[in-house]
Design a protein around this ligand. Sequence first.
Ligand code: NDP
Length: 332
Amino acid sequence: SREWHLVRRPSGWPVPEDFALREAPVAAPAEGRILVRNLYFSVDPYMRGRMNDVKSYTPPFQLDKPMDGGAVGEVIASDADGFAVGDHVVHGLGWREIADVPAKHAIKVDASLAPLSAYLGVLGMTGLTAYAGLFDVASFKEGDTVFVSGAAGAVGNQVGQMARLKGAARVIGSAGSDEKVKYLVEELGFDAAFNYKNGPVGKQLREAAPDGIDVYFDNVGGDHLEAAITSFNVGGRATICGMIAQYNATEPTPGPRNMALIIGKRLRLQGMLVNDHAALQPQFVSEVADWIGSGELKYNETVVGGVENGVEAFLGLLRGENTGKMLVSLSK
Ligand code: NDP
């Protein structure tokens, strides 16, 4: 079975030479373990942080060891109670064709309820991030005007649509291409959207939200966060979910220059980690499954085929080549 190893820690933007696809032996599973043929694995922005040798909320990838991350696949051998050959499971050993997974770290999923890929995106970690970040962390309420950056991405597009479904007064998104902007407004029902590459974010946000914003869901940081602080109404709330604009920076990047506005506007800026919100999972799945079933909530995936294209998919994600969730599919 082939698996991706990190062979050198990237400095700045990762390059293909930082990674190697290597062959690994496959053995029968030991007691309490299952062998899973991965059908999809996820590539995510947080993985860039794990390529650095720094302590963080997830441990760094080790050099010359397989990388890991979300994956969904089919059980092909089992020595664990409750798991049979043919079962589908979500687990944390992606970036490889066949995974030897401790059964206690695998969650069975139903391929008849949703396409398996959905369990890595809209019904999985990224969907829960959007749901928890908007409703728990930002304390969204009906009538709020919501701004989300990275709006055509996996988390961002769900945030915007969930806000609309729960009665936002206005939903505004930013993304990195005119095509994505069109998709947000014409397909996903955003009230306004802009391409952050077309002009200063602050000016474009003021034009899109002339009456200000109440909630900012931050996937980007930098100039987006500064623009949101300027556009916030009194009592505004930001969920600080990601700062992808700086993940490839080699030096610490400066913060917003307008932090003093936090005082007069009594703003709340709160960081979040999706791992803290597992208790919301049942409520999240039932509500989102209903919305998908009724067609009210849409989702998109950008699927790159073949384990050998895994690194390209990850680099493409950092470059913004995805609309919705970026996934790697592995054929049987
Ligand atoms: P996305 O699907 O949003 O993919 C990343 C997107 O980021 C790209 O498509 C690209 O779109 C955009 N991007 C890349 N570089 C820049 C830049 N310099 N400025 C602005 N946008 C940029 O990924 P996810 O939905 O998985 O993740 C979104 C954010 O949420 C990330 O910051 C991630 O780290 C964070 N996250 C945090 C979690 C938590 O628990 N805190 C959990 C999950 C995700 P474009 O074409 O628009 O530039």
